[in-house]
Design a binder for this molecule. Structure first.
Ligand code: FAQ
Length: 311
């Protein structure tokens, strides 16, 4: 009976066991995981665009090589995550279609422009830093294929973090123009970075069910606090200013206080109204069209079928 199966499922999660694709799971668990992993996969693929745009303009060959490798990693993460979501029964083609049509979301940080080279440094340091905070927590979650994919992703992201930090330090120790460029990038990225962890717990509709079933071991606000604890001291050590007059550490309650972002703006952006939302999707659609002949050739030659059977 459903109640008995649910009780056993919840007992397994309480014992810290991981759920595998063929195990029994409630429909809502499956639905939530598909939504979350699919959005995560979309974010990696769309997330390659702000930095990818800068590849031809990298200031040195060394930086260009590192940036190419990072962007390639992000797209690879997208593919790993679509595979993890596929284990729940939704075909990748359908997920990609939903991303291209705007039906399925992606992280709002990638709806912002990367205006200067310093934006590339801030993304690789603080967005990847935020992603590592989030993914390290999610990797302790209950769905095994997602956790396995995250473990590998975190390993690669830690190289991105080093690459980002190295770029940030170079700019922070550079000329006044370079320092100003870095500060300007931080000023523009601060609010999106705070928004990165999702709406406050009071407005987060999915957190209760995701916590109950161990998919999301810490809430959005808890994750934001871990990020602030880790990165605010490092940002200040570099001589940068954080553009929030209310940001301060509250000793008594052991937490950072900050100005709440404009959450109405957040919900508007995630509905597809961010500064670059439409352009990012247009670029993805173009890339998808340009790759159509490759997909068709793979189907026509039977290679696609062989790959599907081998998977
Ligand atoms: N952006 O109820 P909640 C990366 C939506 S990977 C856009 O709190 P939940 C690597 C949410 O979907 C970045 N939408 O939702 C990289 C929901 O809408 P829905 C992506 C957001 O799921 C680095 C509604 O708001 N990471 O950066 C956002 O409990 C550099 C209500 O929200 C992941 O996806 C947002 N930030 O918590 C790549 C990690 N936040 O579905 C390239 C896995 C919330 O009802 C370069 N995901 N929404 O229409 C998670 O940890 C969670 O899904 C959260 C959201 C924390 C993102």
């Amino acid at each position: 009976r459903y109640e008995e199966k649910l009780a056993e499922f919840e007992a397994r999660i309480a014992r810290g066991e991981k759920i595998e694709p063929d195990d029994w799971m409630p429909d809502e668990y499956r639905r939530q995981l598909i939504r979350l992993i699919q959005q995560h996969a979309n974010s990696e693929v769309i997330g390659a665009l702000p930095e990818g745009t800068w590849i031809p303009y990298a200031p040195t060959f060394k930086r260009k090589k590192a940036l190419v490798a990072k962007v390639q990693d992000e797209v690879g993460h997208g593919l790993m995550l679509y595979r993890a979501a596929e284990t729940l029964g939704k075909p990748r083609e359908e997920m990609i279609e939903e991303m291209l049509s705007g039906k399925s979301k992606w992280s709002l940080v990638f709806a912002y422009p990367a205006e200067t080279w310093a934006d590339v440094a801030i993304i690789a340091w603080l967005i990847d830093g935020g992603a590592i905070v989030n993914q390290t927590i999610m990797a302790t979650g209950s769905y095994a294929p997602y956790c396995r994919a995250l473990k590998r992703i975190i390993y690669e992201e830690s190289f991105h973090l080093k690459h980002g930090f190295d770029m940030v330090v170079t700019l922070a120790e550079g000329t006044k123009r370079q320092r100003d460029m870095l500060q300007d990038a931080l000023n523009r990225w601060w609010e999106p970075i705070i928004m990165f962890f999702g709406p406050p717990d009071t407005l987060s509709k999915h957190t209760p069910v995701l916590k109950r079933w161990g998919v999301k071991p810490k809430t959005n606000d808890e994750q934001r606090q871990i990020f602030l604890r880790k990165f605010v001291p490092q940002i200040l050590d570099l001589g940068l200013t954080i553009p929030d007059p209310n940001l301060r550490y509250d000793e008594e309650n052991d937490r950072w206080l900050y100005t709440e972002p404009d959450w109405d703006k957040f919900f508007d952006i995630i509905r597809g109204n961010g500064p670059m939302s439409k352009e990012r999707l247009a670029v993805r659609r173009l890339a998808h069209e340009e790759g159509r002949w490759v997909r068709e050739a793979l189907e026509a030659t039977g290679i696609a079928r062989q790959l599907r059977e081998a998977a």
